[in-house]
Design a protein around this ligand. Structure first.
Ligand SMILES: *[C@@H]1O[C@H](CO)[C@@H](O)[C@H](O)[C@H]1NC(C)=O
Ligand SMILES: *[C@@H]1O[C@H](CO)[C@@H](O)[C@H](O)[C@H]1NC(C)=O
Ligand SMILES: *[C@@H]1O[C@H](CO)[C@@H](O)[C@H](O)[C@H]1NC(C)=O
Ligand SMILES: *[C@@H]1O[C@H](CO)[C@@H](O)[C@H](O)[C@H]1NC(C)=O
Length: 326
């Protein structure tokens, strides 16, 4: 035993290294903007049409689809694990605690049904989410970019893993760490948070900032005073309206850099938004994005591409229905 250990170690280490290198090489090589050019040339057009129609019927669809992409990629990588329904033996991600505003699954189902008619078994659910997220950004005034495609769909989804999503109460160090675990840096953290330009929050996610915040402050002192009054009016305690809440910037149906201007003015809604200006590591990015929308758009596109590469699966299936494994 004692003898075999030193002998075995270098071999094992080398093998692990080779495996890691192979995984990195594969994940870079496999995704491609032309992935469906031959196999399903109308794929992106079909998805865009579906997303447009859904947005006309419900203006909350863009925020929800953008958030869906983020949530999917943060748990088990961008593999559409978020779309799987719970089964008798398994509670799935979508039924985990922070599920309240990801209600746009029907849009993906609709796009998938049309795609299965046009080119059966070809376009993965993970790619549909990535394309839909790009579409809602460009549709609401944000930048357009070519989406890398070729992701496979995962077969595992566990509600217990949603605990690994960054919480609205996270401080900067926790946010940085959560992004770093997915290979994402400061720029991705600040730029992806800018997706909140399309967001809405229910009172429960920021309640603790405006009522009985700490033993010394009833209200989080990082909130602008007049904004705190506005929040308290919308979210009194006790609050009977389950749907009450606040948009995350002042132009919530437009994808722009107003989110960062709000942060600079102390009008971040989540603690995890406002802390980005309370720390020198992230404040300079918030400030530059608040002053230069073009810079934000460039940073956002690069960050969405990087987010879309997180934990991508090479092997696996293209689900026929996004709610069920094949
Ligand atoms: C959300 O999660 C809760 C458990 O935290 C669950 O009871 C509920 O069914 C889930 N789904 C929706 C759409 O609220
Ligand atoms: C951030 O939160 C973690 C966990 O609660 C804590 O350990 C850490 O000290 C906090 N960091 C800062 C800078 O507040
Ligand atoms: C405020 O919080 C403290 C403990 O942090 C608690 O003792 C007190 O009852 C709370 N007050 C209200 C009005 O909720
Ligand atoms: C608080 O918000 C008001 C209204 O948006 C703004 O005029 C003011 O500059 C803000 N205060 C601070 C300290 O940023």
């Amino acid at each position: 035993m004692a003898l075999s250990v030193p002998k075995a170690l270098p071999g094992v280490t080398l093998l692990v290294l080779q495996l890691l290198l192979a995984i990195v090489a594969l994940s870079r090589a496999s995704l491609n903007v032309h992935h469906y050019d031959q196999a399903c040339p109308r794929a992106e057009e079909i998805i865009l049409e579906t997303v447009r129609k859904a947005t006309r019927n419900d203006p909350k669809v863009p925020a929800r689809l953008l958030r869906m992409f983020f949530h999917d990629c943060f748990i088990r990588g961008c593999d559409a694990s978020l779309l799987l329904d719970s089964t008798p033996g398994n509670q799935a991600e979508k039924d985990g605690p922070p599920n309240i505003s990801v209600r746009a699954f029907y849009v993906i189902d609709e796009a998938k049904a049309k795609l299965e008619m046009a080119c059966p078994g070809t376009v993965s659910c993970a790619d549909i989410i990535a394309i839909a997220a790009r579409d809602v950004v460009s549709m609401t005034g944000g930048p357009y970019w070519e989406v890398l495609k070729g992701r496979k769909d995962g077969r595992v989804s566990k509600a217990s893993e949603t605990i690994n999503l960054p919480a609205p109460t996270f401080n900067v160090s926790q946010l940085i760490q959560s992004f770093a675990k997915r290979g994402l840096g400061l720029k991705e953290l600040v730029a992806v948070s800018g997706g909140h330009t399309l967001g809405f929050s229910h009172c429960s996610s920021f309640q603790a900032r405006i009522h009985n915040f700490s033993s010394t402050h009833d209200t989080d002192p990082s909130i602008n005073l007049s904004f705190a009054r506005e929040l308290k009016k919308k979210c009194p305690k006790p609050n009977k309206d389950r749907n009450a809440g606040q948009f995350l910037d002042r132009t919530a149906s437009t994808f722009d850099n107003d989110y960062y201007r709000r942060l600079m003015a102390g009008e971040g809604v989540f603690g995890s938004d406002q802390v980005l200006v309370g720390d020198h590591r992230t404040k300079w990015l918030v400030q530059s994005f608040s002053e230069d929308q073009g810079l934000f758009f460039k940073g956002f596109v690069a960050s969405m591409v990087n987010l879309g590469n997180v934990g991508v699966k090479e092997e696996g299936e293209v689900r026929r229905k996004c709610r069920l494994v094949n």
